[in-house]
Design a protein around this ligand. Sequence first.
Ligand code: ADP
Ligand code: MG
Length: 458
Amino acid sequence: MIGPPSIGRRLTLLLAGVAALLSVLSWGMVTGLARQAAERTQDNVLAASATTIAETLRSEQGEVRLELPYSAFSMLGAIGEDRVFYRVSAGEALLTGYADLPAPPPDDAPAPGAVLFDTGAFAGEEIRLASVSRRVLAGGQPVTVTVTVAQTRSGVGVISAELSQLAARLSVAFFLVAVGLSAVAVRASLRPLNEIAAAVARRGPSDMRPLRRDAPAELAPLLTALNRLMDRLGQSIRRSEDFIAEAAHRVRTPLATVRTQAEIALRSVAEPEEKQRLRRIIRAVDESSRSAGQLLDHATVAWRADDLTREAVDLTDLAAQSAAALEPTAAMKDIRLVLRTEPARVAGDPVLLDNALRNVLDNAIKYSPEDTTVTLEVRTDQGEARIAVSDEGPGLGEDPPDHLTERFRRGSNTEGIVGSGLGLTIAADVLSAHGGRLELGHAEGGKGTCATLVFPLS
Ligand SMILES: Nc1ncnc2c1ncn2[C@@H]1O[C@H](COP(=O)(O)OP(=O)(O)O)[C@@H](O)[C@H]1O
Ligand SMILES: [Mg+2]
């Protein structure tokens, strides 16, 4: 995996690890308790059995006698299929039972009333022993009689194994449920984070408004930091736009002076060659001034698109107004501007829309040869309003239309034509701020260009 592991996966793994540990611990505990309980039961029955036998001890004609009551062994049989052994001895002498059963020696005999338990081996099996003793008079002498009852332990093993298996199954079930619940809990706790990420991702590139939403306390610092960052970013963008606007303005003012001076000079010279040179200077100054204007426009667009005013704008009026504004420029090249319109209204910022259309129209005039026609057509179509500007110029050439809308990007057909590469960028930005788009293609039935401003109809 590349990068740090996901928080969700890490948390789930951690919680699953804790659940596994708890499951194993609880399984071990239940198994131990089950074994203890089974052992204790066996001890109690062994003790009861030995005590029952010891109670039948009596002295008869100077000899110790006893009965082996049936009940003493039947209760042991209740525990399982385990084999039972016993041994009764008076001092060193064996009275009855298995001589080699590992019973306590006479010196270590349990005190009367007490039960001595032991674990040992007999006939190749593990056994549990319980011994009790009583003092009985034999031949006028008190003798310590020890009764030992023993039982193999396989029954205890079986019971505790069964309980242990049950506990294991329960532990696995507990583990699975715990893992499922942790996954759900982790997802639920990460949801606010994902929501913030989605809210940021949904934003437009120039949307620097602070995020206003309720975040859990843990995320509040992140949100505050994010908002502060966006605020600083917004300020710095605004500063640089201001700077560009100021710079453009400062460039345009001296250019205007140069133009005035050149015009005065043009009037005072007589030689055609000189006049031609001065006209070229004036045209270059005009273009430079226009480029500086576009820089200013670009800054204005970026600024106003953040906080778009939405007025009803009549596209026919807009087309007529832009055509009228560029009529003199077109006339200089004997270019006819033809308007074909049908009623269409959109909601938008009139200053920005005028700016966008002028840039497109300016291109059509600038890149067209003299004595041609530029057509502006306004129409509505499938929920969209369109202003198409077609010319009879050289076309867009090899350049992909997407590239031409990049900042400062100029085409390969621009030799000798002054420009900044900002016109289409401005138009495309204005349209996307209005929820529309700029389409660039071929003019119908010719080799010229058709640039279309497309708006969603309000
Ligand atoms: N009507 C047109 N005819 C031919 N080429 C065009 C037309 N409009 C735009 N272009 C191409 O797209 C490029 C980008 O246009 P624009 O952003 O307005 O920059 P500029 O006009 O300052 O070069 C132009 O340099 C030109 O190559
Ligand atoms: Mg242009």
